[in-house]
Ligand binder design. Structure first.
Ligand code: GLN
Length: 591
């Protein structure tokens, strides 16, 4: 027994004559935090983040403190420079970290705000190591993948454990077992589990069961090979979650159990689900939550009373899914319309608003490059509201401006997000304020009327990574405006930002004279953050990304108001409540 203690005690020893090297953060309490690792086999895109967040939710419901972390294999420092078309949306955290979209899944599912401590990339790990090497921190040692790189990974995980004081840290390994770029993460997990001792860690292998159309039956070979690969890395999974199109048969589960030393009760079937919010119930039904608690020997920390109320509250929410009585269509003119992942948060925010309002929200994707002033009406004829989302660059910008014009003129509910805010300003400037050359310097550098221009603070920053105005900021709400009513007369609200351009303050007065109301601005700075047209049924836009903070059980007010306005437009005879009142009813905090 003493041996294990000696092992941990000697881990921080960075001297040249010890092979043990595993730096420990100050205040780390061994045994307090357990670890649940989720790795994928067979293929990527299995929904490791979704699985991990659903399991974490079930543990959180039991009164346990959970902290998720995503380990990305790529060498970028953050997700800020990644093309959403290739990698899904860039999810911005309150502290300004630009992360993978999985962090959005965790925040939504757990209703918990995350920070840079919950996200690591190979780029971060290696730059930290190279920095330490240059500062002589390795005391003459040759810096190696093992123990130094794996040590850095373990340090990141233990830092999160110490900072969050979590009962369980959920670790999601990006990519697939067998990838060169995440191999050292897997090795680090193996080492961590060894160092922390028995019952400290639980390994989940997420896999995929193929069902070739030509055969018409489920085949487990690819899954078996994937799991074998994990075992070759020295990791014996405790749980195997089998993703598949349809429920996984008993025979297939048995086969996997035989090949992997995992008892059948812990080889679970995880078929596709219409809504990710139904997955916690699937995991709970097979008892996976208590199985994890047993494996980690933390049953004594579970608060059953807490679990009962939390689960009842969750079910109040999921009971509403699929029970909508009305249908509305929201048009989204965007650039990356072929890849839904690039608008994940918007889709989620619309879903949350729809569920709360009893509306089935359909999304119509519109390729903006095809839209002109002439055909906007035709393209938007069958939508009940539109969202002009965030975007960069010139492509499709004029189409978005045409959409904003059509919405403003025809009373079509409009929600502009970031770029969609800027496009609404340009449209208003051109067509109401008669500033013919109005444009953004992002779209037309050197334009004569730069109503949208680079923020002075951003002009000073060089390089392409992390050079935007990023993260959570307060927005000062102007009293007696639509936004003020929508946010329950609050003086300030907080939203997340990711932009370089803003309304040039020299144009504010002219725009307001024309009837545009800037109802939200940065405190102490002339940065316009929310606009509205009071005479319109619902025309609102924000320089922020309100979709990032919409949660299933706390839908974002602007999205609720948009969907409510779309319902009013779609069902004019039903005398539905005013969209702002409807949103207030849903978004006011529970007593
Ligand atoms: N391209 C615009 C800017 O940088 C909008 C950014 C966005 O929509 N996220 O300000």
């Amino acid at each position: 027994m003493g041996k294990n203690i000696d092992l941990l005690a000697s881990l921080s020893d960075a001297s040249t004559d010890s092979e043990f090297f595993s730096p420990m953060p100050d205040g780390y309490k061994k045994g307090k935090t357990r670890y649940c690792f989720v790795a994928g086999t067979v293929m990527s895109g299995l929904g490791k983040g979704i699985f991990s967040s659903c399991l974490a939710l079930l543990m959180q419901d039991k009164g346990l403190k959970v902290a998720p972390i995503k380990l990305e294999g790529y060498l970028n420092i953050d997700s800020g420079t990644l093309n959403p078309f290739r990698h899904g949306e860039v999810f911005v955290l309150d502290d300004g970290m630009e992360t993978d979209m999985d962090l959005g899944t965790y925040e939504r599912m757990l209703n918990q705000e995350l920070s840079r401590a919950n996200f690591a990339t190979s780029g971060q790990i290696f730059s930290s190591i190279l920095y330490k090497e240059r500062h002589g921190d390795y005391l003459g040692r040759d810096v190696q993948m093992i123990p130094h790189v794996t040590g850095e990974v373990k340090l990141k995980l233990r830092n999160l454990a110490a900072e969050s004081n979590a009962d369980i840290v959920f670790v999601e390994i990006g990519g697939t077992v067998g990838d060169l770029e995440n191999a050292y993460y897997i090795e680090a997990m193996r080492e961590l589990a060894y160092e922390e001792g028995p019952n400290s860690s639980c390994f989940v292998a997420l896999t995929y069961i193929l069902e070739p159309k030509t055969l018409g039956e489920q085949k487990s070979k690819a899954a078996q090979l994937g799991i074998k690969q994990l075992m070759q890395c020295g990791i014996q999974p405790h749980i195997i979650a089998c993703r598949a199109g349809a429920p996984v048969t008993e025979t297939v589960r048995q086969k996997i159990s035989v090949y992997s030393n995992v008892p059948l009760t812990r080889v679970i079937s995880l078929p596709d689900s219409a809504s990710i919010y139904m997955i916690p119930a699937m995991l709970r039904e097979v008892g996976l939550d208590f199985e994890v608690a047993r494996l980690l020997k933390i049953e004594d920390r579970i608060k059953l009373e807490h679990e009962r109320t939390a689960w009842a509250r969750w079910c109040d929410f999921t009971d509403k899914i699929g029970s909508a009585t009305r249908r509305v269509t929201i048009g989204i003119p965007g650039k990356y319309t072929s890849v839904r992942d690039s608008y994940a948060s918007i889709i989620n925010a619309l879903e949350h608003a729809g569920i709360a309002l009893g509306a089935d929200v359909q999304i119509k994707w519109i390729e903006t490059t095809d839209i002109t002033g002439k055909n906007a009406a035709r393209n938007l004829a069958d939508v009940d509201g539109i969202i002009v989302p965030g975007g960069f660059g010139i492509r499709g910008a004029e189409g978005k401006i045409a959409c904003a014009k059509h919405a403003r003129e025809t009373g079509l509910p409009y929600l502009g997000i970031c770029f969609g805010f800027q496009m609404a300003v340009i449209e208003f400037a051109r067509n109401i304020c008669r500033i013919a050359g109005a444009n953004s310097t992002e779209i037309k550098p050197g334009c004569t009327e730069p109503v949208i221009d680079v923020l002075p603070e951003q002009k000073k920053i060089e390089g392409l990574g992390g050079n935007m105005r990023l993260g959570g900021r307060d927005i000062e709400i102007k009293s007696k405006t639509v936004a003020w009513r929508l946010f329950g007369r609050k003086k300030t609200v907080r939203m997340r930002f990711r932009h370089r351009y803003e309304v040039d303050p020299r144009y504010i007065e002219r725009l307001e004279k024309g009837g545009l109301v800037f109802s939200g601005k940065a405190p102490n700075q002339p940065i316009m953050q929310i606009l509205e047209i009071p005479s319109h049924p619902f025309f609102m836009a924000t320089q922020a990304h309100p979709c990032l903070t919409s949660r299933p059980r706390a839908p974002q007010p602007m999205f609720v108001a948009l969907v409510a306005a779309a319902m009013q437009r779609r069902y004019p005879d039903e005398k539905l409540p005013d969209c702002i009142k409807a949103a207030r009813k849903i978004c006011s905090p529970p007593k």
